[in-house]
Design a protein around this ligand. Structure first.
Ligand SMILES: Nc1ncnc2c1ncn2[C@@H]1O[C@H](COP(=O)(O)OP(=O)(O)OP(=O)(O)O)[C@@H](O)[C@H]1O
Length: 276
């Protein structure tokens, strides 16, 4: 497996606290895959993400981007931020201007792109994200799902090599979640690697092709969904549930499961049941 991003034994403690938020964290984000980072509240997912774009600097250990150690010098962090796009959990932290059009074009303007290209790229991404009709609507009038889309558009317009999403489906209803996942899959099919932090084990199971599990600032499990979710007892001890589909699958009689891989989505599961 080739890693696009790798943490080697990084530790970090927030000023004024008495415990490490990241503790000798080592993990690998594979190139071009859809990676889910799971772990309960406070396990260090967001803190790790903030290290990847240089908002925090590890007290110990190193981070490697495409095989080279990240130096925390100003120019290299600026370069890194053009290649790694981080979408925060709370869009309010990300959106700074008044309308989707202004906000999405801001990053391009900052990067010194010509006005004509800014207009073209902004219009294209707003259209892809279904936001064209809202492009001049004041951001404070948008729904949370719409704001999340604007934040994602603002990152995507910069054409990052790796997209990092912190709990992108948090507080979205099922329909908005489904739309967002379909959009992410379309983006992934254009060759952009993705990392998503999520508490939702059902989503991690159906969406990701690589899973990392964090606990108390360390990565305690990493591998394919089959490998990680095959360790139900360990997940249980970490306070994480097995995905519902896998649980249901395991309750089917053995002769039904024999020689078959567990279905990863509801449609595949329904097909299997219909055959019974
Ligand atoms: N600004 C901060 N100041 C002090 N401690 C912090 C700060 N942000 C996070 N922490 C602590 O660092 C640890 C890791 O938190 P972090 O937000 O990275 O976890 P997380 O896995 O992203 O959690 P969640 O799933 O709730 O978003 C927690 O113990 C948290 O209390």
């Amino acid at each position: 497996m080739t890693a696009i991003l790798e943490a080697r034994g990084i530790s970090y403690r927030y000023p004024g606290t008495s415990a490490d938020a990241l503790h000798e964290l080592s993990l690998q984000i594979p190139m071009g895959k859809k990676t889910a980072i799971c772990g309960h509240n406070g396990s260090g997912k967001s803190t790790f993400f903030l290290h990847t774009i240089g908002i925090h600097k590890p007290a110990k250990g190193s981070l490697l981007w495409k095989g080279s150690e990240i130096s925390y010098k100003r120019e290299s962090i600026q370069r890194l931020r053009r290649q790694i796009g981080l979408v925060f959990q709370d869009p309010e932290q990300q959106l700074i201007l008044n309308t989707p059009l202004e906000d999405v074009s801001f990053g391009l303007r900052n990067a010194g792109v010509s006005e004509q290209e800014i207009n073209e790229r902004t219009a294209a991404i707003l259209s892809v994200m279904g936001l064209s009709e809202l492009s001049d609507t004041p951001i404070h009038q948008l729904s949370l799902g719409q704001k999340k889309r604007v934040a994602l558009a603002g990152v995507l317009v910069l054409e990052p090599d790796l997209l990092i999403l912190d709990e992108p489906t948090a507080y979205l209803d099922r329909v908005s979640e489904q739309q967002l996942i379909e959009e992410l899959n379309r983006i992934h099919s254009r060759g952009i690697g993705m990392v998503m932090a999520t508490h939702d084990m059902n989503l991690a199971y159906s969406w990701a092709d690589w899973i990392l599990v964090m606990d108390r600032g360390s990565c305690v499990l990493q591998g394919t969904p089959e490998y990680v979710f095959g360790r139900g007892d360990q997940l249980h001890d970490l306070g994480l549930e097995l995905p519902m589909l896998l649980d249901l699958w395991r309750s089917l009689p053995e002769h039904v499961r024999a020689g078959q891989a567990p279905p990863r989505d509801l449609a595949a599961f329904k097909q299997l049941i219909e055959k019974l």
